[in-house]
Design a protein. Sequence first.
Length: 152
Amino acid sequence: MSTSGPHDDGTVSHAVFRVARLHKSLAARLLRETGLRPGQELVLMALWRDGPQRLVDLVRRLESDAPSMTRSIARLEKAGLVQRQTSATDRRAVIVEATPQSLPLRQPVADAWAELERLTVGDLPAERQAEVVRMLDELEERLTAASEAARD
């Protein structure tokens, strides 16, 4: 009699890994003509949508870590797409703002994300798409809890 459980072989984890890797690779290809790396478009989209923001708020909103976000902002700043400045009200805070030079990328980024979504869901009916999102949300909750428990 076997004592292994239904998930001892890592089937779900392997599937998540494969899908995430393919999704990121496809996103990179779709974004290539913009000159952006995957993840940088998320920073710009947040800035375009909501205006200038504190770096710490971008980290939280995009569920990133401070060192990764700082590197991404530095690359975007070097490309002239964002600018950083110290907050006028809190000298410890850094405010990040999209530059006018970034605006021509807005539509190509939106188009790339629309194409990525189309390629991702194909002709899945809306109810199946909602089911996929619910299942991924559940997996994310489990992984978040496990990650937080591991920090304690």
